[in-house]
Design a protein around this ligand. Structure first.
Ligand code: DP6
Length: 409
């Protein structure tokens, strides 16, 4: 049999109703369900190639950031210096081998290579897109008969939502085979939606999501109330607002859920501070923008870090960008702050002349009110994305040759 090679691209997703806390650490079963939007793979994506080589050695090679390591299944609890969480990788491999179409799935050497089209320094988390890619590739090369979102979830919880495009729900589930994600609505359902990431800090977070949520589960008395609220009200409300395309209700709930998630982080002992002063500054900015017409036009959301994700419809995008420019980038070219080529094209297409003079005056007055301190250095990168359609099979852009040797090392 010839070597088998598969390459997938997957985008990160942003949770609208957030996952925080597990009922089963090993199987990554969440305490509550969550709903997310998948970003566009053309803007941000992880790319992963997996090559299976028939061999008795059954070794596993992992190449990340041009570094290759041989990973074995000894000492699964120790991860120091490893490129990938070994325990999670082997849980995924066990799962895929138990339920696959290959006659003898242990007779292969596995070569894995992954990279992101966005620099780590741009502050975007890549574990969701990375593990979704790995799951998609493993499922394909092993002819896996199970659910790919279950496989991705065993790598990292939020990764199960990056296995699909559009609006995705991860159902809590009572056990591993029930804790799966599904598409609620495809990307085309709400084409007017824009997602803007404002990267405020590009350093790695102090406490990882995995560790942070473990501490929250152990110590927060607020968490059970949040879990109840999410399960009993928020998931169905969010689904309804998306179905009806009721933006103001959608946006309010996105912000409330982000606030509630950071409240349980604060309620953790010792407390988890993911938001910083710059994040709070952006929250203030958005609230002021929403006050202008007494209408919620933009939502903010923050994950386990200070960086901000904004949701805004096409109709309000131009004014939002005009205000952002006048508060944060007054003396700079917006294009110097972009994270990707697609964002550059998006910014070039913006036309502030379309805003009538009276509105401009109103927005400039607000900008003056908001700009009395030096804010020009707050935003490091700006990334714009529409809703993405999900994973892309891209064997033409393989990162490994057919012998499993990295192409660009
Ligand atoms: C705040 O999926 O990174 O982004 O399952 O331990 O790998 P593990 O954690 P991870 O947590 C993501 C938490 C979050 C909220 C969310 O994406 O729903």
């Amino acid at each position: 049999m010839n070597n088998i090679s598969v390459t997938y691209e997957c985008a990160p997703n942003i949770a609208l109703i957030k996952y925080w806390g597990k009922s089963n650490e090993d199987l990554i079963i969440p305490l509550n369900g969550s709903i997310s939007i998948t970003l566009d793979t053309n803007v941000l994506c992880s790319r992963t190639t997996v090559v299976l080589i028939k061999s008795n050695s059954a070794k596993i090679y992992v190449t990340l950031n041009n570094v290759t390591q041989i990973i074995d299944n000894t000492d699964l609890t120790k991860n120091a210096g490893d490129l990938i969480n070994k325990k999670r990788l082997f849980t995924m491999l066990d799962k895929v081998r138990q339920n696959c179409g290959l006659e003898n799935p242990f007779e292969f050497e596995i070569r894995i290579c992954s990279s992101n089209n966005f620099p780590t320094a741009c502050g975007m988390a890549s574990s969701a897109s990375g593990f979704a890619c790995l799951a998609k590739c493993l499922a394909k090369v092993f002819d896996y008969k199970g659910d790919v979102s279950e496989l991705a979830r065993l790598g990292s919880g939020s990764a199960c939502r990056s296995c699909f495009g559009g609006f995705v729900k991860w159902n809590t589930g009572a056990n591993s085979s029930e804790s799966l994600s599904t598409v609620l609505f495809p990307a085309e359902h709400w084409p007017e939606m824009n997602i803007i990431a404002l990267i405020l800090e590009d350093e790695k977070k102090a406490v990882s999501s995995t560790h942070g949520m473990k501490d929250t589960v152990l110590t927060s008395k607020l968490l059970p109330q949040r879990v109840k609220l999410v399960e009993e009200e928020r998931l169905s409300m969010m689904e309804q607002f998306i179905r009806e395309k009721n933006f103001s209700q959608f946006a309010k709930l996105v912000m409330q859920d982000s606030n509630s998630f950071h409240a349980v982080c604060m309620d953790t002992y010792p407390p988890l501070f993911y938001l910083n002063d710059k994040s709070k500054e952006i929250i203030h900015f958005i609230n002021e923008f929403n006050k202008i017409d007494c209408r919620v036009k933009v939502a903010y959301s923050f994950d386990a870090g200070p960086n901000c994700f904004l949701f805004v419809l096409d109709q309000d995008l131009n004014e939002l960008m005009f205000l952002l420019k006048n508060v944060y980038f007054l003396n700079e070219d917006l294009c110097d702050k972009i994270g990707t080529n697609e964002t550059k094209i998006f910014l070039e297409k913006l036309n502030f002349d379309r805003i009538d003079e009276q509105r401009k005056l109103l927005l400039i007055n607000l900008a003056i009110k908001l700009s009395n301190q030096n804010k020009s250095t707050i935003i490091k990168y700006l990334i714009h994305s529409k809703i993405g359609s999900g994973p892309v099979l891209n064997n033409n852009n393989s990162l490994l040759d057919l012998d499993g040797i990295p192409k660009f090392v």
